[in-house]
Design a protein around this ligand. Structure first.
Ligand SMILES: *Cc1c(COP(=O)(O)O)cnc(C)c1O
Length: 386
């Protein structure tokens, strides 16, 4: 059976070039990077080179990059670390209602610790309004955290403008760039970011590794204690092979970004147009224009999302109902809820996120089987009458 992977926002396959680089650090160069002898120094060199590459790609200095266990840890570190280190100045935080749970749940934890958090609303298209952000600002606002690209509906947020205001007011600005890095330009100065998270496994690198950019001078309290690694900011023996793979994946992603974006945009638009043409009572979630190149998120009336995913799976199509974290629960997505997606549509949503191995033929196949599946599910729905 044909298999089409359409869940690249959940994770991506590790590229062979990345595996090759990593293998060197799992076999020959397996030393502890903190050791003084040459086997240790070889491992250290792998980390240093990866750090230089990633710093360069973000427009940062290598000393400003802290490797973490992934996007989730980077987000936790940024939000919790900035909040705790700056709480004498104030206890107000601004974020959005459509953040990844790594930011959202950390903010909810901070509320229980006595911080006050404003969760900004979004437009029906899933975009934060800069006016709403400006209205939410207070004297005691110490931190603003806004994602660059939403992982469920692919909307690109006005982070440059928000960052500019934060910079003027001296408020720390964190950007979750996990879904944007490698697809659109991410430069810490252009975004006015003080803190910025990225993750390797969303860019064809390994799982369990990512980084937090911390602008020089930004006060952030560390989360872990125990060693001198990462300039004492993130102790623990480094995931050397993972970090090296992350560096390689980042380098390749940026090198190929232009052609890849162009290709994915074409496939995305073909898939959206095809579904809209062949299926009635369909709604595209998110903004049609201010949208990342690989995201298709659509809802169908009279269809239950989970059934749709299972039916697609039986045809070899791997998609998701929003975020990997929400799958498995029957609660509607917090992102679609924040966007005010109408009740009839909210339970029948599916996210398809394209990647570098997808082809025109994949899209043709999806467009061939999708309408039949929706028809069959609708036939079974008590709400549907033709
Ligand atoms: C995947 C993702 C994360 C979490 O990254 P992990 O490396 O899987 O922990 C955080 N934010 C966004 C927007 C994501 O898509």
């Amino acid at each position: 059976m044909k298999r089409v992977y359409l869940d690249h926002s959940a994770t991506t396959p590790v590229r062979p070039e990345v595996v090759e680089e990593m293998m060197k650090y799992l076999t020959d160069n397996w030393g502890n990077p903190s050791s003084v002898y040459s086997r240790g120094r070889e491992a250290r060199k792998g980390i240093d080179e990866a750090r230089e590459k990633i710093a360069h790609l973000l427009g940062a200095n290598p000393q400003e990059i802290i490797f973490t266990s992934g996007g989730t840890e980077a987000d936790n570190y940024a939000v919790m670390g900035a909040a705790f280190a700056n709480q004498k100045k104030g206890k107000h935080i601004i974020t959005t209602s459509i953040e990844h749970h790594a930011v959202l749940d950390t903010c909810k934890f901070l509320e229980r610790q006595g911080f006050e958090v404003t969760f900004l609303p979004v437009t029906p298209e899933g975009i934060v309004r800069v006016e709403d952000f400006e209205r939410a600002l207070r004297q005691d606002t110490i931190l603003v955290s806004v994602m660059h690209v939403n992982n469920e509906v692919g909307t690109i947020q006005p982070v440059e403008e928000i960052g500019r205001v934060c910079r003027e007011k001296g408020i720390i600005f964190h950007v979750d760039a996990v879904q944007s890095f490698g697809k659109i330009p991410v430069n810490v100065d252009e975004l006015n970011a003080d803190l910025l998270s990225i993750s390797a496994h969303k860019i064809y690198g390994p799982k369990g590794v990512g980084c937090l950019y911390i602008r020089k001078g930004t006060k952030v309290q560390k989360l872990f204690y125990g060693g001198a690694q990462e300039r004492r900011r993130r102790p623990g023996t480094e995931n050397v092979a993972g970090i090296v793979g992350f560096g390689k994946a980042a380098e390749l992603a940026i090198k190929e970004m232009g052609e890849e974006t162009e290709k994915l945009t074409k496939l995305r638009d073909k898939l959206i147009a095809g579904l809209q043409e062949k299926i009635s009572d369909i709604k595209l979630n998110g903004d049609p224009v201010q949208r990342i190149c690989n995201n298709v998120n659509v809802s169908f009336k009279y269809v239950e999302g989970e059934s749709l995913l299972l039916s697609l799976d039986m045809k070899g199509i791997e998609a998701s109902s929003g975020s990997a974290c929400t799958s498995g629960s029957l609660d509607p997505s917090h992102v679609l809820t924040a966007m005010g997606v109408p009740f009839e549509f909210i339970h029948g949503s599916v996210r398809m996120t394209l990647g570098r191995d997808n082809t025109e033929e994949d899209i043709d196949y999806v467009l061939e089987v999708f309408p039949e599946i929706v028809d069959r599910l609708r036939e079974m729905s008590p709400l549907y009458n033709k």
